[in-house]
Write a protein that binds this ligand. Structure first.
Ligand code: ADP
Length: 408
């Protein structure tokens, strides 16, 4: 067995999963939270059985040592699990990384150099890589959230601001959630309903036009043509684009200057737009399940929050259909996209002019597999497919880690 330990280091958390990439199984998964605080907590899950440890965890090194202890005590033993690599999720790869890389000192330095572009994420990613390299003597691979979007066409990647200033400060559209968009768009392209549709229309896979909506707590859209990302909604940072749990998505940049001139500090505006906006800012809660309960109890603010969320999504799907010159598949993924049938219905409502629609029973059904929820042939042969495709970023990172090692 060849397994990969996938690590996702946040500023105060360490998420991990031990993955057997061939069948795509998670052998164990867990999280250490509130690193650096007195009330630290680790939760380790193996085949449905959870072990929880409470108590202070000083730093990421202590967190990873705790994880290794939990593996030894409750299994599976990492020594026996055949760990051949550690795969690290790294948020920002800038223009330096358009594919996963085997980590060496130069890679660590390059990820550190990108900290100004991702001050909230890359510092923790660097720390996670450093402590893991000390404790786990196998090759380490960095997989970048931006990589799938590294070759966005120039018109999509370029902000219309002074070129010299943009070049000096590395300002362009990078995109995020790329591991998920790549995994989902590939699963779509391989789905039998999609290959059958292309075959029936006498088209090759290079013509497949997809819009992928990754709707989690963070949310992003991508337009994918024949497997290549040609547009995405997040930009220099993950703030741009869709309405999210706590982020505003698109706003007039003039709001920033107005608030700063009105006395808010840059950090306060940053916190406002990243942490106190979106569904939370409008409806009082960032979790879609809670928002839905509020709406059902007649809460008008929650209703407006969902209406703004859906309006933004419809605008993006329409815009991306225009970018692609049509749409063959609209795919929903992540926590909201995979589970919230009313959100999927709300997005396609009003997009009937693009041929988009869902069958209520198919939309309401729950499943772990990728599935089509739009009317199927023979009723609707030429219409685009609407699909629900579960994402699995850990599996994608594990597989990419093995692939980059095999190519060495
Ligand atoms: P993250 O970005 O943190 O990885 P997830 O992909 O786990 O986020 O998505 C979290 C979001 O998914 C939350 O808003 C949550 O309410 C929503 N969600 C999860 N399960 C359901 C469900 N059954 N119905 C509606 N929303 C759900």
């Amino acid at each position: 067995m060849s397994t990969v330990l996938v690590l996702n280091s946040g500023s105060s958390s360490l998420k991990y999963q031990l993955v057997d990439p061939a069948p795509g199984d998670a052998l164990a998964a867990g999280i250490v939270e509130r690193i650096g605080e007195a009330s630290g907590r680790a939760s380790h899950e193996v085949r449905g059985a959870r072990t929880v440890r409470e108590g202070a965890v000083a730093d990421h090194g202590a967190a990873l040592r705790l994880v290794l202890e939990l593996f030894e005590e409750t299994g599976p033993s990492l020594g026996e699990a055949g760990v051949v690599a550690v795969g690290h999720r790294v948020v920002h790869g800038g223009t330096s990384f358009s594919a996963p890389v085997v980590v060496d000192d130069d890679v660590v330095a390059a990820v550190r150099d990108l900290i100004p572009l991702a001050p909230l994420h890359n510092p923790a990613n660097v720390t996670g890589i450093e402590v893991a390299r000390e404790l786990l003597d196998v090759p380490h691979v960095a997989v970048f959230d931006t990589a799938f979007f590294a070759d966005l066409p120039a018109p999509a990647a370029t902000y219309a601001i002074d070129r010299g200033t943009a070049a000096e400060h590395g300002i362009r559209r990078y995109g995020f959630h790329g591991t998920s968009h790549e995994y989902v768009s590939r699963a779509v392209a391989e789905h039998p309903a999609v290959t059958a549709k292309l075959a029936a229309e006498g088209r090759g896979p290079e013509t497949l036009r997809q819009v992928v909506l990754h709707l989690g707590n963070g949310a992003s859209a991508s337009a994918v043509l024949g497997g290549r990302a040609v547009e995405t909604s997040m930009g220099l940072t993950p703030l741009e684009g869709l309405v999210m749990g706590t982020r505003s998505g698109d706003v007039d940049a003039g709001i920033v200057f107005h608030l700063i001139r009105s006395g808010l500090s840059p950090d306060e505006v940053d916190t406002l737009l990243n942490k106190r906006s979106g569904l939370l800012g409008l409806g009082g809660v960032n979790d879609m399940r809670e928002l839905t309960r509020l709406i059902e109890s007649g809460d008008d603010d929650a209703r407006l929050a969902l209406d703004v969320y859906l309006h933004r999504l419809r605008k993006y799907v329409g815009a991306y259909a225009a970018v692609l010159g049509g749409i063959d598949v609209l795919a929903f993924t992540a926590g909201v996209g995979e589970n919230a049938a009313h959100v999927r219905a709300g997005v396609v409502e009003g997009l009937g002019f693009l041929g988009l629609g869902v069958v209520p029973d198919l939309n309401a059904a729950r499943a772990r597999e990728s599935r089509v929820i739009s009317p199927t042939e023979p009723e609707a042969p030429a219409r685009p497919l609407v699909m629900v495709v579960p994402t699995n970023e850990e599996l994608a990172i594990a597989r990419q880690s093995l692939a980059v090692l095999a190519a060495r």
